[in-house]
Design a binder for this molecule. Structure first.
Ligand code: G1P
Length: 290
């Protein structure tokens, strides 16, 4: 498989789970500690060798593209005040990756969002990262998939084990473990009822796919929720050329889920020496330990 240098990040969703915070701010711009959620996702892509980031956006999301561009007025101000660390942090974000913005003009599901990126992908393998999922790990989450995709020459999907009561919120994989946390996928199903789920291995928002997924998407009829489901197209791809699943090592936070979002803020705050101790002191006051 050719090296994976392109990633598609669908960001056109409404963010209804995070209202009212997301009434006028894209959910991907909500901060987790001192960076917007989307920056963690893009940093994960960049540190995994992906420099072309295709954002599938809508008319209200241009602020996401702006975040990865220069703000010359701000940079000039920070320079004039000698705030050089801050200047570096805002310049670095602008220079991190190439951003290609593509509009998803109708909301017809994750599969449809990926179809919008077709012309930017061409004939190359590519990654997909869901803009809500922040993964904290030693080896970046998407890199763990790329490594298996390269060695097995197959598409790869990221998974994690979820409680049986939650399987109906995810795409669920039916696979056979062939190495520690590495599975050969037999089949998959989008948001099955608990008694129909083949396992509790849930698809998280990380994928490495080959460009023939677009032909599979062309043939995919609307599925669960009347949407064009990426999972349904991946079933076809899996039957055609095989597929692997990798249990992602690390901690995943779903930024659209308030307890996980708040936990992510605390987690990343605790990583910063300057914030760690005052934060712990504040938290002690909220927590009644029995
Ligand atoms: C999408 C996918 C699903 C996957 C999930 C992970 O669902 O369709 O297969 O498990 O992302 O976050 P959504 O959360 O958009 O309903």
């Amino acid at each position: 498989m050719k090296p994976v240098t392109k990633v598609v990040i669908p960001v056109a969703g409404w963010g209804t789970r995070s209202l009212p915070a997301t009434k006028n701010i894209p959910k991907e711009m909500l901060p987790v500690y001192n960076k917007p959620v989307i920056q963690y996702v893009v940093e994960e892509a960049q540190s995994s060798g992906m420099n072309d980031v295709i954002l599938v956006t809508n008319r209200d999301k241009s602020v996401i593209e702006d975040h990865f561009d220069h703000n010359l007025q701000l940079e000039g101000y920070l320079e004039s005040k000698g705030k050089l660390d801050m200047l570096k942090s805002v310049k670095d974000v602008a220079e991190m990756v190439n951003v290609i913005g593509i509009r998803q003009k109708e909301q017809k599901g994750l599969g449809h969002a990926i179809m919008c990126a077709r012309s930017a992908i061409g004939n190359d393998p590519f990654a997909i990262m869901v803009g809500d999922d922040v993964i904290f790990s030693g080896t970046p989450g998407i890199k763990q998939l790329v490594d298996v995709a390269m060695s097995e020459n197959m598409p790869v999907v990221g998974v994690m084990e979820v409680p049986w009561d939650c399987v109906d919120r995810y795409g669920i994989v039916d696979g056979e473990e062939v190495g520690l946390g590495i599975y050969r996928v037999n089949d998959m199903v989008e948001k099955p009822a608990k008694d129909k789920a083949p396992s509790r291995l849930a698809i998280v928002g990380r994928y490495v796919l080959t460009p023939d997924i677009f032909e599979c998407l062309d043939q995919t009829e609307p599925g669960v929720g009347g949407e064009i489901q990426l999972t349904d197209a991946m079933r076809t791809l899996c039957k055609k050329r095989g597929m692997m699943a990798v249990k992602i090592r690390g901690k995943r936070f779903d930024a659209g889920n308030w307890p996980e979002f708040l936990a992510a803020n605390i987690y990343f705050g605790l990583q910063d020496e300057k914030v760690r101790y005052p934060l712990i002191e504040d938290l002690k006051q909220f927590l009644v330990l029995e």
